[in-house]
Design a protein around this ligand. Sequence first.
Ligand SMILES: Nc1ncnc2c1ncn2[C@@H]1O[C@H](COP(=O)(O)OP(=O)(O)OP(=O)(O)O)[C@@H](O)[C@H]1O
Ligand SMILES: [Mg+2]
Length: 232
Amino acid sequence: MILEVCAVDAYYGLAHILHGLSLQIGDGEVVALLGRNGAGKTTTLRSIVGLAPPRAGEIRYRGVDIAGRPPHQIVRLGVALVPETRGIFSYLTARENLDIARRPGSRWRMETVLEWFPTLRGVLDRKGRFLSGGEQQMLAIARAMLTGPELVLLDEPSQGLAPLVVEAVIGAIRELKRERVSMLLVEQNAEMALQLADRVYVIDHGTIVFEGTPPELRANTQATAAYLGVGA
Ligand SMILES: Nc1ncnc2c1ncn2[C@@H]1O[C@H](COP(=O)(O)OP(=O)(O)OP(=O)(O)O)[C@@H](O)[C@H]1O
Ligand SMILES: [Mg+2]
């Protein structure tokens, strides 16, 4: 196991958001976390990286409890978050956005990353604010990869993207999967997640309400209708 989230409770101030949430990610596994608006998906990712530290429970990364450690330490251990907002510096070029993320110890170089995201090659000298939504998303993932992570947390990478661009992002994530990078993929786009994931969790009201394989989730029309608002 690369990550074990065990019975985590997380709050924003007095608001109790995660209730005894548990999930696991194996080495090289792609795990999807699905759930509707406000279910607690982003909060789960923020808890893992220390931005919304749990008040109870454990977060074990390679067997070591990292709950409560500051985000910069967790990132240094090899966990990368690609946030929903993507966090591209708009006044820096794509190349500069990548350059500032590079770390000496990283397993991956700029050249390798550009092979996974060939669309970025043509826009390296363009400023962040002139990149399309799809290019920004690819750049955000590429930048996370240059920090040399072993576990990548992706928050709704398909959000706001046209179907063809979503396909390109799926292709890029498949490349990472081939490299055996472990991933936790948060999505509202269940279809995309089910294409990529080895296993799926569904979260509702801050707790896990379903765990299984993509075929098991597809077959469970009750879960998909109740928690994802699709099918049935
Ligand atoms: N900074 C905050 N302060 C207080 N409450 C918050 C904060 N951020 C989120 N919440 C609340 O926490 C709950 C879970 O939010 P979260 O962002 O984790 O949901 P989500 O599953 O990622 O939703 P979405 O699909 O809309 O991104 C929601 O009820 C939300 O209103
Ligand atoms: Mg969210």
